[in-house]
Design a protein around this ligand. Structure first.
Ligand SMILES: [Zn+2]
Length: 353
């Protein structure tokens, strides 16, 4: 078996591994380069393999730095299957066309600049419409089931606890009678990420390929974060201000909604109650079309939430729903928030991740 690291090395985006084993060539992830301008230029470069030679692909999760070059792969002739968890397929159906839309807008802006300099126009990396086409080759799988891709190549997707549908992929390959197990972690969650289950413990591997983005950093515990969050929000609301929370559209927005809803159970001293009431009396706006659709996908996949939350949902308490929660559906509704002086919380999601 040969593994070539084509992305997410010395940087954290552009995840892309080429694996050659059992006479097959396949990819694990095909993400977009994101961040500095020079890095993003790499998205337009030729792949270091021929997309027509790739027999299949395994996708760890829907974040664009892991999935964002799939439309380009499809456009260059790749038509074989992309195995991904069902929720990843659902999220990619939103996120890839959204990414295409961003490419179109950014490209329009770049072309205006090029035109002024007398340079010729260039096409976007892909359009929203082109991105929608690649969805037909996605093959949804569930957690914990062994998928036989060929008699010699088996895989199993396990919950990585990083975002809805995120997967640690176990890969078994049999060559010359010898079986080798390789594990690709994809991005890994913490054990206390709101909403989601903890990452699955993988018992063994011959080779382990893992992300290490936050490997050397201590994170605050989530319950401490929630209290800090309540302090900041209530102080602003007490002073008649509005809180704008910039948030990634997919994942973080839903975690914030959950934290807002969950705070009520954590403590019962009077000051806390007062702050909580202030918070619950306020309007909470989610101001992003992508975050709205992604929240829908979360609501449709509650079977992936941690067990305790699933029980709460059964009792009728959905952590992604509460009285003050409002979604802005149109650009006009979004603009109207600028004119509104009522203290409120606005979760404004970036379209970029
Ligand atoms: Zn990720």
């Amino acid at each position: 078996m040969k593994v070539t690291f084509l992305g997410a090395t010395r940087t954290v985006t552009g995840s892309n591994f080429l694996v050659e084993a059992c006479g097959k060539k396949f990819l694990v992830d095909c993400g977009m380069w994101q961040g500095k301008a020079e890095l993003e230029l790499q998205n337009a470069e030729e792949f270091e393999f021929n997309p027509n030679d790739i027999d299949f692909m395994l996708l760890t999760h829907a974040h664009i730095d892991h999935s964002g070059r799939i439309p380009k792969l499809y456009d260059q002739g790749f038509r074989n299957k992309i195995y991904a968890h069902k929720a990843t397929c659902d999220l990619c159906a939103l996120m890839l066309p959204d990414s295409g839309h961003i490419q179109e807008m950014e490209n329009e802006w770049k072309n205006r600049k090029r035109k002024r300099k007398g340079e010729s126009e260039i096409p976007p990396l892909y359009t929203a419409e082109e991105a929608a086409r690649c969805l037909e080759i996605f093959e949804p799988v569930q957690y914990d089931e062994i998928v036989e891709i060929t008699p010699d190549i088996h895989v199993r997707f396990n919950d990585a606890g990083h975002m809805l549908g995120s997967s640690i992929i176990e890969l078994w390959t049999k060559e010359e009678g010898k079986e080798t197990k390789t594990v690709f972690t994809g991005d890994l969650g913490n054990s206390d990420i709101p909403l989601l289950d903890s990452p699955t413990m993988i018992e063994s591997a011959d080779y382990l390929i893992m992300e290490s983005t936050y490997g050397s950093r201590m994170h605050l515990r989530n319950d401490e974060k929630a209290e800090l969050f309540l302090d900041i929000v209530s102080e602003t609301l007490d002073n008649e201000g509005s809180v704008v929370i910039p948030s990634f559209a997919v994942g973080r927005t839903q975690e914030i909604l959950y934290e807002l809803n969950k705070l009520k159970e954590t403590k019962d001293d009077q000051e806390f109650r007062r702050k909580y009431k202030t918070l619950m009396r306020s309007n909470v706006y989610v101001d992003s079309p992508l975050a709205i659709s992604a929240t829908e996908v979360f609501r449709e996949n509650t079977n992936l939430f941690e067990e305790q939350i699933q029980e709460e949902i059964m009792k009728g308490d959905n952590p992604l729903e509460f009285p003050g929660l409002k979604f802005t559906q149109t650009a006009d509704e979004s603009k109207a928030l600028n004119e509104d002086n009522t203290p409120s919380i606005i979760i404004s999601a970036s379209r970029y991740v």
